[in-house]
Write a protein that binds this ligand. Structure first.
Ligand SMILES: Cc1cc2nc3c(=O)[nH]c(=O)nc-3n(C[C@H](O)[C@H](O)[C@H](O)COP(=O)(O)O)c2cc1C
Length: 181
């Protein structure tokens, strides 16, 4: 697949084939794609916890999602990647103080989107999950202080009949300006 084909094929997958596990090799390939991502001052603030244990996945679904948005597809997804950020690195504090930007969020976003695109190349579906209960998941997985969960990513093979949907996006003219705002 070309990069354009991967970008066009990627969509949030909310329907997984629970009978098809994702191999450790495939999950490792996702981590490797994240490992090579750029980050502010090359600080590599990201850390990832890969969860494939069904009981733990069900517990995260039951206890780790925010009220109102159940993200019920987690009941079928065979893997979940917990995207964490180490906040106790100097680069974080310095960057935030000088520029007011939390670069760890940018770092994590880039690294996880690398994973998303790599997963698409491997025929895997993914869905970003931002609506979770951080405290509960940290406790369940023993994630230490000084580490923040920034986003989750479900991973699995899409169920048959999860066709490509139309991408509803704003017009280019609305989002991009040339030379001046
Ligand atoms: C940071 C972030 C958080 C998201 N959180 C959720 C979520 O909790 N549940 C969900 O079903 N989708 C979630 N999404 C997926 C978006 O809804 C989705 O990307 C958007 O609607 C565009 O659709 P597409 O990904 O199929 O192109 C999230 C996406 C991002 C980037």
């Amino acid at each position: 697949m070309t990069l354009d084909e991967i970008i066009a094929a990627r969509q949030s997958c909310r329907s997984y084939d629970p009978s098809r596990p994702v191999s450790k090799e495939a999950l490792s390939a996702l981590i490797e794609s994240a490992r090579l991502a750029p980050s502010a001052c090359n600080s590599q603030t990201w850390r990832f916890v890969v969860v494939t244990d069904r009981t733990m996945l069900d517990t995260i679904h039951a206890e780790g999602m925010r009220m109102g948005v159940g993200n019920n597809f987690l009941k079928e997804a065979p893997a979940l990647i917990i995207g964490c950020s180490k906040l106790d690195l100097l680069a974080n504090t310095v960057g935030r103080t000088i520029s007011g930007i939390d670069y760890y969020q940018v770092d994590l976003g880039i690294a996880m989107e690398h994973m998303v695109l790599k997963a698409t190349e491997l025929g895997l579906g993914t869905c970003w999950i931002g609506w979770f209960h951080e405290k509960s998941i940290k406790k369940l997985l023993g994630i230490p202080r000084g580490v923040k969960i920034t986003a989750l990513l479900s991973v699995g093979y899409p169920k048959q009949g999860d066709p490509l949907r139309e991408k509803k996006r704003k017009a280019t003219e609305e989002i991009a300006m040339w030379e001046k705002w």
